[in-house]
Design a protein around this ligand. Structure first.
Ligand SMILES: NC(=O)c1ccc[n+]([C@@H]2O[C@H](COP(=O)([O-])OP(=O)(O)OC[C@H]3O[C@@H](n4cnc5c(N)ncnc54)[C@H](OP(=O)(O)O)[C@@H]3O)[C@@H](O)[C@H]2O)c1
Length: 355
């Protein structure tokens, strides 16, 4: 049987993505072959394609952090899981394919009746948001938080989960995302025309309790200025490396997948050493999953439960067929996307609802 898989042939722009037709992979001992119904498209996929994400694999590689699919075939030694069962996984790379073989321990059961595209939005974006809120910042009802990139994939997840947690929320976004941020319960701050530090102090008088910052670099220090004494910045990305000097397709020598990490260390140390009791702490879903896989599993199951109860509703920006992965990444790379872009197997939402 043949299947379709997308690969990144070299570090660079969208032209680095190529669609392959090849023999379907066979599961090895302890592995399960999953028929992918939905794969998330995220900024970290684009950063890996560009060669600037810490988790960038060597080329050629198949991108795709997260997937939802149906168990298709079991390798030797696999038990306790049946073909036809809907599952989710976060392999970090490899999800842009029709079939994927994964160790059984990587699979998390998905309750029946969920839409595959909505379910896959929970894996990277909502687990990230949930763990930053409840494990890193340990938020309490009534606290004030500033969410950068609030109309994006992780940002919109932070708003939905923050509303459930009873938070007062401010969200930076471009003017295109302002109505989505208001609809999700946040007060929008236009990062292109307003100074978010001044706005945070104007709106809260003393500053916010927590800032969630995916931008990185010097932006972390600005975020620290928006805090009240005793507050903390949770830094979880380095989007700044996608823009300006940090990335240039014409200058491959400047690509550095560890770009931004030393400066992160300086800000973390500064937070401890400088007066004001304002901390900068890092968050990484992949490191938390590697160190505490049971916690990742537990949090994803809790989120599937919230989706099943319709307490959360992921925003799906657009669904693309797998073969249009390039167009999907181009759309995300252009900016202004509200919610999550998902690659789907044609008819997958019907299939997944029936599963
Ligand atoms: N550490 C972890 O475990 C972890 C996990 C998941 C994701 N991440 C990181 O999270 C980041 C966001 O990922 P995503 O998939 O949510 O991306 P996304 O869907 O593209 O969202 C990013 C959002 O940021 C906005 N934005 C861009 N520049 C901004 C600025 N200077 N100030 C405020 N907002 C700005 C964009 O708005 P406009 O396009 O309208 O400008 C967009 O809405 C990435 O850096 C990713 O690597 C980290």
């Amino acid at each position: 049987m043949r299947h379709t898989r997308v690969i990144v042939t070299h570090y660079g722009g969208p032209d680095a993505l190529q669609v392959l037709e090849e023999e379907c992979p066979e599961p090895k001992d302890g592995e399960v072959r999953v028929k992918v119904l939905a794969a998330g498209v995220a900024l970290p996929d684009i950063m890996a394609r560009e060669g600037v994400h810490p988790e960038t694999p060597p080329v050629p590689f198949t991108p795709g952090w997260d997937l939802v699919g149906v168990v298709d075939r079991l390798g030797h030694g696999v038990s306790g899981i049946e073909p036809g069962q809907m599952v989710a996984a976060m392999p970090i790379s490899g999800a842009y394919a029709e079939f994927v073989c994964l160790p059984q321990r990587e699979l998390v059961p998905v309750p029946s009746g969920l839409d595959a595209a909505e379910a896959v939005s929970l894996v990277l974006n909502y687990v990230t948001a949930y763990q930053m809120l409840h494990r890193s910042a340990k938020v309490k009802p009534g606290q004030r938080v500033l969410i950068h990139g609030a109309a994006g994939g992780v940002g919109s997840a932070l708003l939905q989960l923050g509303r459930l947690a009873g938070l007062e929320m401010y969200g930076t976004c471009s003017s295109r995302g302002a109505s989505a941020v208001s609809d999700l319960g946040g007060i929008p701050i236009d990062y292109q025309h307003q100074d978010f530090v001044k706005e945070s102090h104007r709106l809260t008088s003393e500053g916010v309790d927590v800032v969630f910052d995916p931008i990185g670099g010097a932006h972390l220090w600005q975020s620290r200025k928006a805090l009240r004494p005793g507050g903390r910045v949770v830094g979880y990305g380095n989007t700044s490396s996608l823009r300006g000097e940090g990335l240039s397709s014409s200058r491959p020598g400047r690509r550095n997948r560890l770009h931004g990490i030393p400066i992160f260390g300086v800000y973390i140390a500064g937070g401890w050493l400088l007066p004001g009791r304002k901390r900068v702490v890092p968050y990484s879903i992949q490191w938390l999953k590697r160190l505490r896989p049971a916690v990742f599993r537990q949090d994803l199951i809790a989120l599937f439960d919230l989706l099943k109860q319709q307490k959360i509703k992921p925003l799906i920006a657009q669904r693309f067929p797998l073969a249009e992965a390039r167009q999907a990444q181009e759309l995300l790379g252009k900016g202004g996307v509200t919610g999550k872009i998902v690659l789907v197997r044609t008819g997958s939402s019907v299939e997944s609802r029936a599963a």
